[in-house]
Design a protein around this ligand. Structure first.
Ligand code: SF4
Length: 465
């Protein structure tokens, strides 16, 4: 029996195997000796690695599997790899297609176990911050106990993920540290060598609680995916019993929200201030309009304003900037307000629908009128704003705003200028500035503008009273 010394790495076995193949060494005559293996069956001191020679052609699939198997803890893995390699290069080129072959079966089983272990290490390593008050000096350390000898295998993953941090991952077998440039491998260390708590844990717990989905809770699956031996190093493990306990209640709440189709009511927090409402509206998913819009555009202006102006929906510019009436229609509104003697700072301005509805036209986004369902869905936001602002008068700019406020189809040309009663207070209907911009000609535009100013003069009287 010939003993060949390798250093326990995939690369050293690969080089040795190439040399042995070139020398014609039979699998049964070779035993690989490495520092990670225990109880090697060789007698006498190991021999130096034969020098690799020539180009060796083996199936890509073997190399892919072999690289994983090389990181298995099994002491027999090197012999198995050499046996399979020898067979592949000595008349059994299709060997890997035979899953019933004992060597192929074993190769796949070991590869699968290492894949699974690497996946768990990617998922369960938790870094803890050590040293350095400022971020530039911070260093992060994690301790993990993998089943196999996978530290070199998973290192590229962590380097890619945390390239700009300085970190070390300690394991009982091997450790690796990254200084932002180079990965260095050192001996393994016991669990006691790693720190156990820091401020990042609290952040991680908060994050985990926020992403925990009670509706998808499968306790058995969770135990399988998060083996108990990793719990000691997972900050979120302490949360799991509570989250599991609360899961059924939270799932019911989620079902309520998901079945809230057609109304934003489930997203509107009770007793909230305008600021809290604005924040909450960012999470509204009550209708599909949020999917294609950049952001929610909530109302703005004087909290206790005596007049609220309600438009239809944000336009292209409002959608990009996140503020109501800041595009061309906003400029037209400012002009009309000024002509009526009203400062924008005296009023609260909002829209009946909080997300921009549009369709593509070349590189442009063309405004589309929200339908009745979308106006209805968004009503709870508008009504919540009105309850808080408590205006004396509401101006519905355009038919969509009037429909939202009055609950019926309104014709602006017919109903404008009158004070109409609504559940939220008195409403005056007028032209939307965007409709004025879309007027067919200058005369029509001037006429509509004058009517809007006339209606706003009524508002001026309210403000002056
Ligand atoms: S348009 Fe209104 S109801 Fe629809 S998702 Fe946006 S905020 Fe919610």
């Amino acid at each position: 029996m010939r003993a060949v010394a390798i250093d326990g790495s995939w690369e050293s076995w690969r080089d040795a195997a190439r040399g042995l193949l070139a020398e014609g060494a039979l699998p049964g005559d070779v035993v690989f000796c490495d520092p990670t293996a225990s109880g090697d069956l060789f007698s006498g001191p190991p021999l130096p690695v034969p020098a690799p020679t020539g180009v060796l052609k083996v199936p890509r699939r073997f190399l892919d599997e072999a690289r994983y198997v090389a990181h298995h803890r099994s002491a027999t893995r090197w012999g198995l790899l050499y046996r399979v390699l020898h067979r592949l290069t000595h008349g059994e080129a299709e060997l890997l297609a035979n899953g019933l072959d004992p060597d192929v079966h074993r190769l796949r089983a070991l590869s699968k176990e290492v894949h699974r272990d690497a996946h768990k290490m990617h998922a369960f390593v938790r870094f803890r911050r050590v040293g350095g008050d400022d971020d530039a000096e911070a260093h992060y350390i994690a301790w993990h106990r993998p089943d196999h000898l996978i530290v070199p295998l998973v290192t590229p993953f962590f380097v890619g993920r945390f390239a700009s941090m300085r970190w070390a991952i300690l394991t009982p077998d091997r450790s690796v540290s990254w200084d932002g440039v180079t990965a260095r491998f050192t001996d393994g260390v016991p669990r006691s060598a790693a720190p156990s708590g820091d401020e990042l844990e609290e952040l991680w717990r908060t994050y985990y609680a926020s992403i925990f989905n009670p509706a998808r809770l499968k306790v058995g699956h969770m135990r399988g995916e998060m083996p108990k031996k990793h719990w000691a190093t997972l900050p979120e493990a302490a949360l799991i019993p509570t989250l599991v306990h609360e899961a059924s209640g939270r799932a019911a709440e989620m079902v309520k929200k998901s079945t809230s189709n057609g109304s934003a009511a489930a997203f509107v927090p009770e007793g909230a201030s305008l600021e809290v409402l604005r924040e909450a509206s960012k999470r509204c998913r009550a209708c599909p309009l949020h999917e294609s819009a950049t952001q929610t555009v909530f109302g703005e202006g004087l909290g206790g304003a005596r007049v609220v102006l309600v438009g239809e929906q944000p336009g292209d510019e409002e959608d990009k900037q996140g503020h109501p009436f800041v595009g061309p229609a906003g400029k037209m509104l400012d002009k009309a307000l000024a002509a009526a003697g009203i400062a924008r700072s005296e009023v609260y301005v909002t829209n009946a629908v909080k997300h921009f509805k549009w369709r593509p036209m070349g590189k442009r986004r063309l405004h589309q009128k929200p339908d009745g369902g979308e106006i209805e869905a968004c009503k709870p936001w508008l009504f919540a704003e009105l309850r808080l602002v408590k205006p004396d008068l509401i101006v519905a700019l355009g038919a969509s705003a009037a429909q939202s406020l009055l609950g019926k189809t309104v014709t602006v040309a017919r109903d404008r200028g009158q004070r109409l009663a609504s559940p939220s207070g008195d409403v005056i209907v007028s032209y939307h500035p965007a409709a004025i911009l879309r007027a067919p000609d200058d005369d029509a535009r001037d006429a509509m503008f004058e009517l809007l100013v006339e209606d706003l003069r009524l508002v001026r009287k309210v403000l002056a009273a």
